[in-house]
Ligand binder design. Structure first.
Ligand SMILES: [Zn+2]
Length: 346
């Protein structure tokens, strides 16, 4: 397997003239150390855990081309370079037959992706950063948001460099932030859709803030005015259940979702808004578990004459219209509006 390559202060002239050339120059997973004006502290920037999420790599390339010096030492981890380079560029979340790298940050570290995840944790441990930002894109279009597993003003401060919306979740998926969080304030930033120019711009402006500010943690500021969304529930398909996205129910699959469903990202979706069609009992098709481990399918969804609706007003986000991602990861995240989940402390 490919192990990490280590670079230090690469020159703008040696990293290529496009993001693709930059990734070919890296060749595989790479840790780039940038010496800061203040060499006594280090921050970490992680990106490309998912090879089809280009905004972070594009922003880092732009930063390196600008030949600026960060305020403090910065270690940049660019992980799934080979998956990103697999043709066509930036289309593979991971290489075929590999696990999702951002589900591998917990033992056992016994396959290629697990060893890569373990190496990322080791690089972070060696640098002991004051903060970690892990930059992603959503697969569908939608606004930016931050995610953290633990809420305090340090996390608020980090997320506010990028966006005014933060999701607080105790999901236990094996994601980097769940592990890294125990040692350093860590946030995941979803800068928006993987194909959206505004996501690439936000990645760039946010990265500049993160790298150039002498202080990125809270200091004396108490309230960052973020919109907080707590304890989202993942709606997943049961194993083997197929789905399609279409204007009409697809007779070949038990679940059809409307093709424009990602328009519902972050709005409150009322219980009379159609989501699609189903041809079976909800619990045989879907799986959803709330923070206390209870099945939440009936609280999220209802069926009326074969048409699928929310069971109650829901805020939905990370809605995908990519059937492969919907099957292997989830259809969307949902937050019940005014329900019991809102009162659970983070
Ligand atoms: Zn991602």
């Amino acid at each position: 397997m490919r192990r990490f390559r280590f670079l230090r202060n690469p020159l703008a002239t040696e990293i290529g003239n496009s993001v693709e050339a930059f990734l070919r120059y890296l060749g595989g997973p790479t840790s780039i150390f940038l010496e800061g004006a203040d060499g006594s502290r280090t921050r970490a920037f992680v990106t490309l855990l998912h090879g089809n999420e280009p905004s972070g790599a594009m922003a880092l390339f732009r930063w390196l081309k600008s030949a600026r010096q960060p305020a403090v030492n910065t270690v940049c981890i660019i992980a799934s370079v080979e998956a990103a380079l697999a043709s066509p560029l930036f289309s593979h979340r991971m290489l075929p037959g590999h696990r999702d790298l951002n589900r591998c940050f917990r033992p056992p570290f016994d396959d290629d992706q697990g060893l890569l995840a373990e190496e990322i944790l080791e690089i972070l441990r060696l640098h002991a950063p004051e903060a970690v930002v892990d930059m992603h894109n959503t697969s569908g279009s939608g606004p930016a948001f931050g995610v953290c597993t633990h809420m305090d003003r340090q996390h608020d401060a980090l997320v506010s460099l990028f966006t005014g919306r933060m999701i607080v979740t105790r999901l236990n998926l094996g994601a980097l932030m769940e592990i890294s969080e125990h040692r350093y304030p860590t946030v995941t930033v979803e800068v928006g859709g993987r194909l959206d120019d505004c996501a690439h711009e936000l990645a760039w402006s946010g990265l500049c803030e993160y790298l150039e500010r002498p202080q990125v943690l809270a200091g004396d500021v108490v309230d960052w005015g973020l919109e907080l969304l707590r304890n989202p529930i993942r709606l997943e398909l049961n194993p083997g259940v197929e789905l399609a996205y279409a204007e009409q129910p697809d007779p070949g699959v038990p679940v059809t979702l409307r093709p424009d469903i990602e328009q519902l990202n972050f709005g409150v979706v009322q219980a009379d808004v159609p989501l699609g069609w189903v041809r079976d009992d909800l619990r045989s098709l879907f799986w959803a578990q709330d923070v206390s481990g209870r099945c939440a399918v009936a609280r999220l969804l209802r069926v009326e004459e074969g048409r699928l609706f929310p069971a109650a007003p829901l805020k939905l986000f990370m809605i995908t219209t990519n059937a492969a991602i919907a099957r292997s990861d989830c259809l969307f995240y949902a937050i019940e509006q005014g329900g019991a989940e809102d009162s659970v402390p983070a």
